[in-house]
Design a protein around this ligand. Structure first.
Ligand SMILES: Cc1cc2nc3c(=O)[nH]c(=O)nc-3n(C[C@H](O)[C@H](O)[C@H](O)COP(=O)(O)O)c2cc1C
Length: 200
């Protein structure tokens, strides 16, 4: 199989992580920088921003999320939520935070009014492309990860703690580390309903 597709096949959502990393600090920085450098963006606009939390910063993020989740979760359900956050996310080695710079997106809309209505969607799409690039690259490097969405609860607190620009929009969080779970077999819908070729 093509090596890109091999990495994508190896990539799964991994929900039991340990605080270990198969890569040196330098190699991890390079892998993340390479993904950000080479993922495609509309009109090469490069509107994604990444923040990588490691060590205490990573753990503080998930601890702060638990405080917020406790405020909004049914008390009976909270112990289960807490266990998941602790074992699947906080127990990992680090967390990659995916942002889009809405000021840079607005600049594109101003520059190209004909396409302005597309740029919010393209901003989401290109960030998704970066997410899958990194998720697959981590898997290829024997690092497990999952994709989480707690932006409503955490965006403001993150901006305050790390003095991040206000126009940045948080899209996703990717906790990663050594994965110890065995991913469940996933159901695959028939390709005959989803894939069509016309011509040779
Ligand atoms: C746009 C998008 C949003 C997702 N959001 C979440 C999420 O919030 N939490 C989560 O645990 N998984 C999330 N996932 C992961 C999917 O549930 C997962 O990829 C899917 O069930 C297939 O499993 P696999 O990742 O093991 O192949 C998301 C995936 C995508 C593409």
């Amino acid at each position: 199989m093509n090596s890109v597709l091999e990495a994508m096949k190896k990539r799964r959502s991994r929900y039991a992580l340990t605080n270990e990393c198969s890569l040196s600090s330098e190699a991890l920085h390079q892998l993340i920088a390479d993904a950000l450098t080479h993922a495609p963006t509309p009109m090469n606009a490069q509107t994604a921003r990444l923040v990588v939390l490691l060590g205490e910063n990573h753990r503080r993020f998930w601890d702060a999320l638990l405080v917020r989740l406790k405020e909004v979760t049914d008390p009976e359900k909270f112990p289960k939520t807490k266990e998941k956050v602790e074992t699947a996310f906080r127990a990992g080695f680090g967390t990659i935070l995916f942002f889009e710079d809405t000021e840079a997106v607005q600049a594109l809309k101003d520059k190209l009014p004909l396409y302005a209505h597309n740029f919010d969607s393209w901003s989401d799409q290109s960030n998704g492309m970066l997410q899958i690039t990194l998720w697959s690259a981590l898997a290829e490097a024997n690092l497990g990860a999952s994709l989480q969405h707690y932006q409503e609860l955490m965006e403001d607190a993150l901006k305050k703690e790390y003095d991040l620009p206000k126009p940045w929009r948080l899209l996703a969080q990717m906790p990663f580390g050594r994965a110890t779970d065995v991913p469940e077999e996933k159901s695959i819908d028939p390709l005959s309903k989803r894939l069509f070729f016309f011509g040779e």
